[in-house]
Design a protein around this ligand. Structure first.
Ligand code: NAI
Length: 693
């Protein structure tokens, strides 16, 4: 029998310990071993009660997600009742089974725990049914037992939104029987010994009291919230359907409905895409050719140059993660302004209940405002976030070279400039790297880590490690104009502008992409970011424009007229004082008329194909040039920095699901030059995913 699960005895209490590091995932071996030991403990006359506990840092954090991949790709059979049968084995046991929970009891872990006769937990434990985050629903009774313990409304929220709750809340709701201080195992022994002589409590599946009554209003309100929080996602609605069945039908009939819905979700493209994204976040932290022998450096103190939009947000990101920041500006006035913005942002977060006052006070106190480089030698990393101007950045890097500690990392937040040119201004180009944060930097999860020609492996590994500490997802990109994200985004936005120039109304363009799943339409995004930003960049790079290549003229013309978007209350759309859109800007129609192209509005399907395949085609070039390491790196950039829907898996994954021959046909139909890699993959009958293997 697998040694991932062991059986030991403490007096007349048997202890089944699950030891499958790092998170005690419930794989097939673990499931069979639990059953095996349960049967043994049941048969043992010297055992009166059984405790199930996790070794290491947690109880059971969920299913083994790799098994889902094996099932959907046909490598492993799906036995729908696998975990269910372990649950029955527990539930039917004539001896009391006590679940002792620390860390997390998530997904299958909570389902297993709910089959127990009792649940006790450490004060810092958490429980939850997060399956929807992978496009799934609980598949082993979670949608059936949770409403019986926590009530229908709370179970609906937990299964549909996937957010965990604390041990205290779980106790108040009735999911837990007791919270115990001190050593969990000793507490479990004592608890088990106490209950051993009592009659068994009713099985959770028979506790129907909380199902009684009319829950339709509560369920309707969770369903409505899903429409906003998980727009277009199927799993949250499936979870609600299973919970409705729990209310309506006897346990086993409803359980069958849960199993059917689970299977449908498991084989859906949405779930496959979300599982791809889940593993993708882990894959992107691996850089081929850099082994485990390269260790990250410890980052204890940071310094930031520039307290503007980005510098301020980056400072918040660091201090939120407990890393003190020395923040430099050019004048007291600019420094005061930067600090005031940071303070306002924090106040807004406290008001919205997102952060606690105490947390914010401590974070803010970690910022040391300065006007010179006097203390910069203390920093392990320096992040430059001054205006986007190469001459200025070079000058600053020359200064940093003089003041920084010898092995400090020198990072630039540039979004378009050449990292190698900036690195060349120093005597240590190997310590220079791009740290491209996204606005607002304290909110957006993506960090593009831009690798210059000479950036050292240690700097890259430290950057990835730091990204994790900053609660970001770091993706390594090569050095080119726009790196991965903005280089592709340029094609996407241009295509949206071309569609507008060719007669498709701006709101139809935005609606088509929003309805497809993008968080915002492309023209609305540009209004938010500011039309002036792209316009200034295009001015600077005018000399790089290729003759004969179509250019998004309408954008520049709007910007030239002072329509910068939300900040001027007019861009593609007009905005009211609260920045709410108030219809299309009539000037946009005039600009389009003045460009004078033949007008033929596109269908929603064409809008989507043109914009999304523009991403895919440029993504293929980026891969070919080695700017992105793998297709999944591009996907993770788009899922975390550009509002691409998680359930579509990212542009490259999506292209595979459409079928690359179809994508290539459309690219040709649109009259674009296909990326050679796209043509090659189609010729060889391969997918982008095949490049990852
Ligand atoms: P910003 O104009 O809001 O802030 C720049 C700040 O740098 C100003 O407060 C200025 O006083 C300060 N500064 C200039 N020279 C300085 C010096 N020698 N020492 C100290 N401070 C100095 O600009 P923003 O938007 O924050 O952009 C900064 C960088 O971040 C640029 O390279 C930009 O391309 C990049 N970026 C901007 C994004 C955005 O959405 N705004 C997104 C990602 C990157």
């Amino acid at each position: 029998m697998s040694d991932l699960v062991t059986l030991s005895k403490h007096g007349r209490v048997a202890v089944i310990t699950i030891d499958n590091p790092p998170v005690n995932a419930l794989n097939s071996d673990v499931r069979s071993a639990i059953t095996y030991h349960l049967i043994k403990a049941e048969a043992d006359e010297e055992v009166d009660a059984i405790v199930i506990i996790g070794a290491g840092r947690t109880f059971i954090a969920g299913a083994d997600i790799r098994e889902f991949n094996k099932i959907t790709s046909g490598l492993q059979n799906w036995e729908p009742n696998d975990l269910n049968s372990v649950c029955y084995e527990i539930e039917e046991n004539p001896k009391p089974v006590v679940m002792a929970i620390h860390g997390t009891a998530f997904g299958g872990g909570l389902e297993l725990a709910m089959a127990g006769h009792y649940r006790i937990a450490s004060p810092d434990a958490q429980v939850g049914q997060p399956e929807v985050k992978l496009g799934l629903i609980p598949g082993a009774g979670g949608t059936q037992r949770l409403p019986r313990l926590a009530g229908v409304a709370k179970a609906a929220e937990m299964c549909a939104f996937g957010e965990p709750i604390s041990a205290q809340e779980a106790l108040d709701l009735g999911i837990l029987d007791r919270i115990v201080e001190g050593d969990l195992l000793s507490a479990a022994f004592a608890f088990a010994a106490d209950v051993a002589s009592l009659p068994l409590p009713p099985k959770v599946r028979d506790r129907n009291a909380k199902l009684a009554g009319d829950h339709s209003a509560a369920l309707a309100s969770v369903r409505a919230a899903c429409g906003k929080r998980a727009r277009l996602q199927k799993a949250p609605l499936a979870a609600l359907e299973a919970i409705e069945a729990a209310v309506r039908l006897p346990f086993f009939d409803a359980l069958q409905i849960e199993s059917d819905l689970f299977a449908r979700c498991l084989h859906s493209n949405q779930s496959k895409a979300m599982i791809h994204a889940f593993f993708g976040e882990r894959t992107v932290s691996k850089i081929p050719g850099i082994g485990k022998e390269v260790k990250p450096r410890k980052i204890a103190t940071a310094a930031i140059v520039g307290a503007g939009t980005m510098g301020g947000g980056i400072a918040m990101t660091y201090v939120n993660a407990g890393i003190p920041v020395i923040l430099k500006e050019t004048s007291q006035e600019a420094l005061d302004k930067g600090l005031a913005t940071i303070r306002n942002n924090y106040e807004a977060s406290v008001q919205k209940g997102r952060l606690k006052q105490d947390f914010v006070d401590k974070a803010f106190a970690r910022i040391t405002p300065v006007l010179d480089y006097g203390r910069f030698a203390e920093a392990d990393i320096i992040v430059e976030a001054v205006f986007e101007n190469l001459a200025l950045k070079k000058k600053i890097f020359q200064q940093l070279d003089k003041v920084a500690a010898p092995d400090a990392i020198l990072a630039t937040n540039t979004s378009t400039l050449d990292i190698d040119a900036i690195a060349a201004a120093t005597s240590r180009p190997d310590r220079v790297v791009g740290h491209h944060f996204f606005s607002p930097a304290n909110v957006m999860r993506l960090l593009e880590i831009v690798r210059g020609k000479q950036t050292s492996p240690e700097v890259l590994v430290t950057s990835l490690d730091l990204a994790r500490r900053l609660k970001k997802v770091g993706v390594v990109a090569g050095n080119c104009r726009g790196f991965i994200g903005n280089r592709m985004f340029h094609q996407y936005i241009s295509e949206a502008v071309f569609l507008a120039e060719d007669g498709t109304p701006p709101d139809q363009i935005d609606r088509a992409l929003y309805n497809w799943g993008m968080a915002m339409g492309p023209l609305a995004v540009i209004d938010l970011a500011g039309l002036d930003v792209g316009w200034r960049i295009r001015q600077e790079f005018k000399h790089l424009e290729r003759p004969g290549v179509r250019y998004a003229e309408a954008h520049d013309r709007l910007a030239e007229c002072g329509y910068y978007g939300q900040k001027t209350r007019a861009g593609w759309y007009l905005y009211d004082d609260k920045r709410k859109p108030a219809g299309i800007n009539p000037a946009a129609h005039e600009v389009i008329a003045s460009i004078g192209r033949p007008q033929s509005p596109a269908s929603a399907a064409d809008i989507v194909d043109r914009c999304i395949y523009a991403l895919v085609n440029e993504g293929a070039r980026i891969l070919e040039e080695g700017i992105a390491i793998r297709p999944v790196d591009i996907d993770i950039v788009y899922l975390n920095g550009y509002g691409f829907p998680a359930w579509r898996g990212g542009p490259m994954w999506y292209a595979d699901t459409v079928g690359l021959p179809k994508v290539l046909d459309r690219v040709r139909e649109f009259g674009w030059e296909p990326a050679p890699l796209l043509v090659k993959l189609v010729t060889e009958d391969k997918t982008f995913a095949a490049l990852e293997q």
